[in-house]
Design a protein. Structure first.
Length: 369
């Protein structure tokens, strides 16, 4: 009945927005001021696959308004800028594997960046860049956890669980990869069980050690594996929920079971590695290796909101965004989806940006001349 007049509706919105920007105090369910802050950085990695434009992903996500969105939600963050990947001259292939020195060097820089952010009490949010960058982010996260727990041996298994959301398993080895692209291999570099299958003389990776065991990683969204990858996953008894499981069980059940497996007591810090190509190309077309039949944006949000609800999210990757692919509409949708996934993981509720609990609606008297 008492519908405010149109001009008052927009005033309500303006007052509401101003009150959110005003202070970082109570922000209604989103990261409270004394929890960690999100440490956003770009990983300008593009040598893990063949398409240059993925290097522009981080800035396209920023330009689409990620930081404004986080701010409007009362999510504390700091932008740590970009990790520029140094192109190594004469980076000749090692057997089939392309650009191993450049990718490995870049991953080392990324690992250092992640450790810096965690030391400063941040939750690293890596914007990619191709998925080879996860060798860096997860290694850095693992080393940070060893440091936090006072474990001196850098070869120890890090107290860490990884949830990998992707159309692909990215568990090829330098010897099984058909494409020679390292973005299809990061998981094999990270798993202890895979180390007998990783050549130690692959140039550039001398610094890197596996930090995870196969029972600490699970996948959701798979639909485009290479046969060797499926073999490895079954052999190592890795938990995975391909798209047919998402259809049969529902995505909520898949995350629940995945997390129960990798983090049964919910006491391990969680690394969420989200490849945008997990989403269906109808939502996220601007990516280098799209695969039909993927997650809806709603399913993607359901996953990250569940992860958020565990309270264990400790680092996140959002990778494989390539703004040079697709038309303007597809690009805009991809960027919007990327922003929504990140904000959802950091506590943005889906229905609206949060309101302040001490907020009151404007009264007619506030507007009387
Ligand atoms: N991160 C990605 N998008 N990976 C796609 C990998 C595709 C393929 N399995 C390969 O090894 O080349
Ligand atoms: Mn993928
Ligand atoms: Mn991937």
């Amino acid at each position: 009945m008492a519908m405010p007049m149109r001009s008052n509706v927009s005033s309500v919105v303006r007052v509401f927005r101003r009150s959110l920007h005003g202070s970082s105090a109570s922000n209604n369910g989103v990261l409270s001021p004394n929890t960690k802050i999100a440490g956003v950085f770009g990983a300008l990695m593009n040598r893990g696959q063949g398409k240059e434009g993925v290097r522009d992903g981080p800035n396209a996500i920023r330009e689409a308004g990620l930081l404004t969105l986080l701010k409007d939600c009362g999510i504390s963050f700091r932008d740590y800028g970009d990790v520029e990947i140094q192109a190594i001259a004469s980076d000749d292939p090692w057997k089939k594997v392309k650009y191993s020195r450049t990718v490995a060097g870049g991953c080392k820089q990324i690992a250092d960046k992640v450790q810096t952010i965690i030391r400063e009490n941040g939750v690293p949010i890596m914007l990619g860049g191709d998925h080879a960058s996860a060798i860096g982010s997860i290694s850095g996260h693992g080393l940070s956890q060893l440091e936090i727990h006072g474990i001196k041996d850098p070869a120890a298994t890090a107290p860490l669980a990884v949830l990998w959301i992707d159309a692909h398993a990215d568990i090829n080895t330098p010897l099984t990869t058909a494409t020679g692209n390292l973005h299809g291999c990061p998981v094999s570099f990270l798993l202890k069980e895979m180390s007998p299958y990783i050549p130690r003389d692959i140039p550039g990776f001398e610094w890197q050690q596996p930090c995870l065991t196969a029972d600490r990683i699970a996948y959701i969204g798979l639909r485009a594996l290479d046969p060797d990858e499926l073999f490895v996953m079954d052999k190592l008894k890795i938990k995975y929920f391909p798209m047919q499981d998402v259809d049969k069980l529902g995505v909520q059940k898949c995350v629940e079971l995945a997390l129960q497996h990798i983090n049964p007591n919910n006491d391990l810090p969680l690394h969420l590695s989200f490849d945008i190509d997990a989403l269906d190309p109808s939502v996220a077309f601007s990516t280098g290796t799209p695969a039909m039949g993927g997650l809806t944006l709603r399913e993607g949000l359901q996953i990250v909101e569940y992860v958020r609800s565990t309270g264990q999210l400790s680092a996140m990757d959002l990778v494989e965004v390539n703004p040079t692919l697709g038309n303007g509409y597809q690009r805009a949708k991809t960027m919007e989806a990327a922003c929504a996934i990140i904000a959802g993981a950091l506590g943005k509720p889906r229905q609206a940006i949060p309101y302040k609990l001490d907020f009151d609606l404007p009264r007619p008297s506030d507007f009387s001349q």
